[in-house]
Design a protein around this ligand. Structure first.
Ligand SMILES: [Zn+2]
Length: 119
């Protein structure tokens, strides 16, 4: 299952971040998914608890946000929004565009819990 390895990569990232920040647990995270990333939000949500079990991100709340598809036009130079099956320039209608965003999967926000040592 592709989504499971995606989740595992996310958790590796979370563990590295937690180490950096001296945090012990992850409270919540937000993941941005582009429509062209090949990852399905629904499957990612299902795979997450499996991948997170026994890690510092266990029980963390996972939120998913959709990322827009943006293209850069090689003809007129404008950046515009596009849809997955019509990567056309919104400004001049040309099809000679480069994808700017929409195929990414990014960790947009993480909230950590720092456990205070009790005296
Ligand atoms: Zn254009």
């Amino acid at each position: 299952m592709h989504e499971l390895s995606v989740c595992q990569a996310l958790i590796d990232q979370l563990e590295a971040l937690a180490l950096e920040q001296g945090a012990r647990r992850v409270l919540s995270l937000v993941v941005g998914i582009g429509p062209l990333s090949g990852v399905e939000a629904r499957l990612l949500k299902q795979a997450y608890p499996v991948a997170a079990a026994g890690t510092l991100a266990e029980d963390a709340e996972l939120d998913i946000e959709d990322r827009p598809i943006r293209v850069h036009c090689r003809t007129c130079g404008e950046d515009s929004d596009a849809t997955a099956n019509r990567l056309l320039c919104a400004s001049c209608g040309d099809w000679r565009t480069d994808l700017v965003s929409g195929d990414e999967l990014v960790l947009t926000r993480v909230e950590f819990i720092r456990e205070q040592a009790h005296v």
